[in-house]
Structures are given as structure tokens and as C-alpha cells.
Design a protein around this ligand. Sequence first.
Ligand SMILES: [Zn+2]
Length: 356
Amino acid sequence: MELKANQTHGLVCAHHHLYSSLARGMPSPAQAPTSFHEILESVWWKLDRSLDLDIIEWSAKLGALEALRSGTTCIIDHHESPNAIEGSLTTISEACASLGVRVNTCYGVTDRNHEGSEKAMAMTEDAKRGLEENHRFISEGGRGMIGIHAAFTCSDETLEAAAGLASDLDVGVHVHVAEGEIDASATSRLKPLSKDNWLLIHGVKLEDDHGLKGTIIHNPRSNMNNSVGYAEPLRFSNPVGLGTDGIGADMIDEFRVAYVRLRENHIIESPEKVWEMLEVNNSLFPECINDVVTWTYHKMEPWHLAFTTGVRPVNIQINGEHVMENGEFTKIDAAEIEAKAAEASIRLFKKIAEIT
Ligand SMILES: [Zn+2]
């Protein structure tokens, strides 16, 4: 399909957490977290324990709506909801499909929710249920991968089982890797298991010659927000894509952040290097070439977009179907999604507040 200068294919977000769409405005922790691990414990791991299927549905619909408003038609999602595991991936998939958004989702298995003070040495019941949800969803024809939260919250048995299931189902593994110091041992534990079709999220603390196979997904805004450091993504020999880690799905915006973060340290680098990451994203979701986005800006090229803010979609076609025309959704009732999502967020915040 021939594109005009003011058009792109549908953009791809290579790492998202659709369950976090309702998190904005959630009750803040009693004490401000002072480390990445404390952020996980006092914010995200409270949020995920509070999710039910209804909240997951409206969170995914709001996330998909915001993705479309940014010209993103394809989302690679990583999900966790320990108190609503069964059916969660179908809920997300159907929620996105109802807006016409393409999604590849997975359930991030973990052993961190087990009782007791010792780290789990073997696969916990939660991890088994998470693996089964991945298995069920993919076997029933769902578009997905096998999710792992991160090596540091999993036993070796769980990591091996997840990798084995991915091989059996001929899909990749989608896993956070070395996001912070706490997960620095991920390399040695994942090296014997990783394959080219894996998605390795973050890689901030990876050695240059880490030896893991797969595509690294760089999430610069999230890394800055969590104070984990800079991934220096150009040092890797792996392909590198770009994600948002749940902070929306505006890939042109994330491209701009990734570019200035790169340029801050390397004055000779160009926006084209970061644009290549968006091209890697396209290879991870090849159907994006069937989608066409027409933009408010006349030249959708890296040297222009690095310095042009506020570029928005005007028209969006997904598989030939007009989803947006003249900046307005044609069939999607955005106001209804926003209202239902707001109701769900009130319920969610109550549940979070009840978790001590
Ligand atoms: Zn993430």
C-alpha cells in the first residue's frame, strides 16, 4: 500500500500494560516509595491485586481508545491480575476488538504472591494458573505470547515451564528483563531459555554482551519515571523496539522522548536511529501494514517529528475500514467508554484503598 507523506501505517506499541489505564488518580501509597522495588510493591502490585474482569474490560477499552487517538492500531500487552486470572486475556482481547484495535496479550506469571517470607523455590499455584490462562487463550485461537513478570519474582521451575509452554505453542515469551538492579541476575537465569522470538522488556541493567536472544523493547519514559537509569539501547546487537510500559500508547511521543534521551548522552546520534525502533515494532505486528493513518502534519519523517509536538491522526483505516474521519470516531462511542471507565476506576480505587 503506497503511503503519502502525511501518512503512516498503523503504529505499534511493543510493550503496554492495558490494565494500568485506570491507575491515574489512584490512592497514593501511605509513604512515598524510595526505590523501584518499593514502587512495584506499593503501587503496581496493589493495583493488579484489585483488578476484576469488569475493571479489566473498561481499562482495556480506555487504553485502546487512547491508542487510536495516537494513531496506534496494534498493541503488545502484558497483563497481570492475580485475583482475576481465568478469562482475563479473552476480556482484554475482546475489549480491544470492540474498538477495532489489534492486540497481542499475555498473562505475566509470577511466584511473588505466595504466602510466607521465603522466596518461592518452586512453581506456585498462582504461576500455574497464569500459565494455564496463557495456554487456554492461545489454544483457543487468541493472539498472544507466554508472559513472565520478571525472573526475580519467579522460581527456576516457573521460568522453565513458561519457556517450555512457549516452545510447545510456537510463540515467544514476553518478559521484563533487568529493569532495575533487583533483576540483575536475570541474564544468567534466562540465557539457557531465551529464543529469537522472545520480547525482553527494558534491559536497563543488561551487560553489553549479555547473550540473551530476542528483541529488546526500550521504554525510556517509564525508565526515567522509575529512576532505574538509561538502557543505552544502541549498544545491543539484538533488534530494539519501542514501548510505553503502560504510560499510554502514543508512539510518536515516545519516539520523541527516546530521541532526546539518546541525544542527551550522544550528540552525534540522529532521530533516524529511534525511528528504526518503530520499524522493529512493525515487524513484531506485521498486520499494521494493513492500517493507514493520515496525520495533521505534512511530513511523517524522523527529522521532522523529533521537533514537532502535537501531531494527531485525522483519518484512520484499519483493514480498509474507516475508524476515524476528520478527527472523529465513526463508530466508537468515546464518551460512553470514558464514562464507564470512570465508574470502573471509582470501584478500583475503593478496592485499592482496602488493601493494607
Ligand atoms: Zn512493563
